[in-house]
Design a protein around this ligand. Structure first.
Ligand code: OGA
Ligand code: MN
Length: 203
């Protein structure tokens, strides 16, 4: 277990969110940027939709990033990241008894001007998404570049610049958040640790 994972568990149990400033070293970030570019060239990215079920729709005024799901690792860096997140999942289960049994993972690209209005990651209908995480891949990000993640924490608004290697985690049902538009392309991996849905009878 990485020491940082225990700290993330403690933070999620306390304030409900955590920022790990150097979760990934620069070499791993560079390899994931290359992996993202390969998937971009392969035509894997699609405009991200909002809502679920019948109300699922493209609403660029709410959300205007492009995403590609990362299910099967296509290079060692992707495999290594999925393994690290798997270890984090196990630590969160051991320490917080969360019963997380799945990892969802997607690349997201916010082209200049794109954003994501304030939202919760857990839809009112489903309880599957328990812990959200975002890992930024933007080398050389400057304060004037924008693109901050604005977290509505119990102690007030907290802004995170999307700098390379930074990992943010938070409780999906509790922390509303927003992605501010950026002046340059903004690259990340984001996802959720999920619980299996309860049978309809006990929901
Ligand atoms: C999301 C999201 C935050 C970010 O994908 O649901 O809120 O900083 N992403 O990219
Ligand atoms: Mn979100």
């Amino acid at each position: 277990m990485a020491a940082g994972d225990a700290a993330v568990a403690a933070a999620l149990a306390g304030p409900g969110w955590a920022v790990v400033p150097a979760y990934l070293p620069a070499l791993e970030v560079a390899a994931l940027v290359a992996a993202q570019q390969a998937r971009e060239l392969a035509g894997e990215f699609r405009p991200a939709a909002v809502g679920a079920g019948q109300s699922r729709a493209l609403r660029p005024e709410i959300r205007s990033d492009r995403i590609a799901w990362l299910q099967d690792a296509q290079c060692p860096a992707e495999a290594a990241l999925l393994a690290r997140l798997e270890a984090l999942r196990v630590t969160l289960n051991r320490r917080l008894l969360l019963g997380l049994d799945e990892l969802e993972c997607q690349y997201a690209v916010y082209d200049p001007g794109a954003g994501y209005a304030r939202h919760l990651d857990r839809s009112p209908r489903g309880a599957e998404r328990v812990v959200s995480w975002v890992l930024y891949l933007n080398v050389g990000w400057q304060p004037g570049d924008g693109g901050e993640l604005v977290l509505s924490t119990p102690a007030g608004e907290h802004r995170v610049e999307p700098r390379a290697g930074v990992l943010v985690t938070f409780l999906s049902a509790e922390l509303a958040h927003e992605v501010r538009p950026a002046a340059r392309p903004r690259l990340s991996l984001a996802g959720w640790f999920r619980r299996r849905p309860l049978p309809a009878t006990v929901r």
